[in-house]
Design a protein around this ligand. Structure first.
Ligand SMILES: *Cc1c(COP(=O)(O)O)cnc(C)c1O
Length: 532
């Protein structure tokens, strides 16, 4: 049957896409941007990519629980399956396609040597339940990475198992809670201080562990207000969670005063090290008085992320917190390694176990490949280049956009929306217009301390001419916005993408979480365009 795929009918994920900008096509495709239905909407029942023999008839022992009806798997040939997933894979914008300036997320190039290493049979084919005697090399790899992380941070211990930055926060704060417990101060110290600019995971972690979060304001330089911090410190404070460089892309220049004040008050200093990529090889957090800090391997040491893949968030610990590090501990014994699991005697009192097995081996091998291929000088240069790129973008745009704070930035540059004042164009409109120019938008409306925030992190891995084109696109957009007559055009953006603006509020409030064969979303369902 010849059928035109009319995507304007209200099927979840595929609604009208045509603005004035693009003509309707028979297929719904736009040039080589191919529409893609759900796999359950494709194919025909009974079609199969492989020939399987009829299963032997056996008497089941399921006591009547055996499935009676069809299982409902999509019926597709192998080429159909391959085409489906290949087309889906092309729908993601990716760092391998172009500039991906998502501030705070550090979308940097993942060198291919990492992938080669991660796929070596002795690394890629490991099973976590293999006998320890057969995985000595893998344990050595983890231990070698641990050594580098301790060396780069100037900290004596590291817990390798946390699976992401937020998980690392959990780990570090649990170590702090355990240390307070050991001192008999857990009940008395219930408050965790977090700057207003903190990543949302910081207060969430503290709250999840039963602490009360108290926000600390920023000063007009975008740094923690030291006087306000000192006023908030007291015998009821467990810890501060501070990001450095902070989420405004600025180095906390009073960090030593902060750590001294925190320690004098008997509290611990948790550093959110997600932005370590700006200072690795230049600054050792241990020298700044940090008690524990997670490192996002997937940000600082490349390794892919952002597509929902695994991350890794090892936590470096000071001598005071090291004894509480969670199981498993990897212990050097003579000429080999063992894994100390729950119940094994170790030189400390681990707070428990945080995760099955030993951590994200695929991330460990990639991060170690990144570290060893760069070397100490290369890591330092990567940090410096990341900072240089961000300052280059700031310098090239500061006459037309408005940097949120004076002075140079670290690895990311923060603009506010004052340059859009009276243009009728919002941060959101501006970001959507970037999509038409072929750019993934920067991080928007974060951090919250700045109005209409736009946070750009170019990373060290973009070529100068690519940054120049990005800068050119933003200059052109600011010029168009400032004509004062382009608001309509901006509100209609993106005009060239297969999907335009979705009603994100409705999608969040009334999510349709399950596809059902005859149950298309009602008219005006969450995926309908707001513009309609
Ligand atoms: C990315 C980030 C986190 C969270 O890390 P995940 O790996 O996404 O859990 C925490 N804090 C800051 C400042 C970050 O940039």
């Amino acid at each position: 049957m010849v059928q035109s795929l009319d995507r304007s009918q209200g099927r979840a994920g595929a609604v009208a896409t045509d603005g004035a900008a693009a003509p309707k096509t028979f297929t719904g495709n736009r040039a080589l941007q191919i529409e893609e239905p759900l796999i359950f909407e494709m194919g025909q029942a009974g079609r199969c990519g492989v020939d399987l023999p009829e299963p032997p008839k056996v008497k089941d022992r399921l006591n009547g629980l055996r499935r009676g009806g069809e299982i409902g798997l999509p019926g597709l040939s192998e080429p159909q399956v391959v085409q489906h997933y290949t087309r889906l894979s092309q729908k993601n914008y990716a760092i391998d396609m172009g500039v991906y300036p998502l501030g705070s997320c550090t979308m940097k190039h993942n060198p291919r040597i990492n992938e080669k290493v991660a796929r070596l049979a002795g690394i890629g084919d490991l099973h976590p339940l293999q006998p320890v005697s057969t995985v000595q090399g893998a344990l050595e790899l983890i231990d070698t990475l641990a050594h580098w992380l301790k060396t780069l941070t100037g900290m004596p211990a590291v817990a390798m198992s946390p699976a992401a930055g937020a998980h690392g926060e959990m780990c570090g704060m649990m170590a702090i809670a355990a240390a307070l417990d050991a001192k008999g101060e857990r009940a008395q110290r219930k408050i965790v201080l977090a700057p207003e600019s903190a990543h949302g995971t910081n207060p969430a972690t503290a709250a999840a562990l039963g602490f009360t979060v108290k926000p600390i304001p920023a000063n007009d330089r975008g740094r923690v207000d030291l006087a306000a911090l000192k006023a908030a410190l007291g015998p009821d404070v467990a810890a501060i969670m501070l990001t450095n460089p902070n989420t405004c892309g600025l180095f906390e220049s009073e960090i030593v005063e902060i750590s001294t004040a925190v320690h004098e008050a008997g509290a611990y200093f948790y550093c959110d090290g997600a932005n370590f990529n700006a200072i690795a090889g230049r600054v050792r957090p241990g020298d700044l008085g940090v008690d524990c800090m997670h490192i996002n391997l997937h940000k600082t040491f490349s390794t892919p992320h952002g597509g929902g893949g695994p991350g890794a968030g090892p936590v470096v610990l000071s001598a005071a917190l090291a004894p509480f590090a969670p199981y498993p501990w990897i212990v050097k014994t003579g000429d080999g390694w063992t894994v100390a699991e729950e119940g094994t005697r170790v030189a400390g009192t681990p707070f428990g176990r945080l995760k099955a097995f030993h951590g994200q081996m695929g991330m460990f091998s990639r991060a170690l490949a990144y570290i060893m291929s760069h070397g100490a000088d290369g890591l330092k240069q990567a940090s410096e280049d990341a900072v240089l790129s961000a300052n280059y973008v700031m310098a090239a745009l500061k006459d037309v956009m408005t940097p949120a704070f004076d002075g140079p930035c670290m690895h990311e540059v923060l603009f506010d929306d004052s340059f859009l004042k009276d243009t009728g164009v919002s941060t959101l409109d501006f970001a959507k217009a970037m999509i038409d120019e072929g750019y993934h938008p920067m991080t928007m409306y974060f951090p919250l301390v700045v109005h209409g925030a736009m946070l750009i992190e170019p990373t060290e891995s973009q070529a100068k001419e690519d940054l120049d084109q990005f800068i050119g696109a933003l200059r052109s957009l600011t010029e168009r916005a400032k004509t004062g007559t382009a608001a309509e055009e901006f509100k209609a953006a993106p005009r060239f993408s297969p999907r335009r603006r979705l009603d994100e509020t409705l999608a969040a409030r009334k999510p349709i979480l399950r596809w059902r064969p005859s149950n298309n979303p009602p008219e005006g369902g969450p995926m309908r365009q707001a513009a309609e």
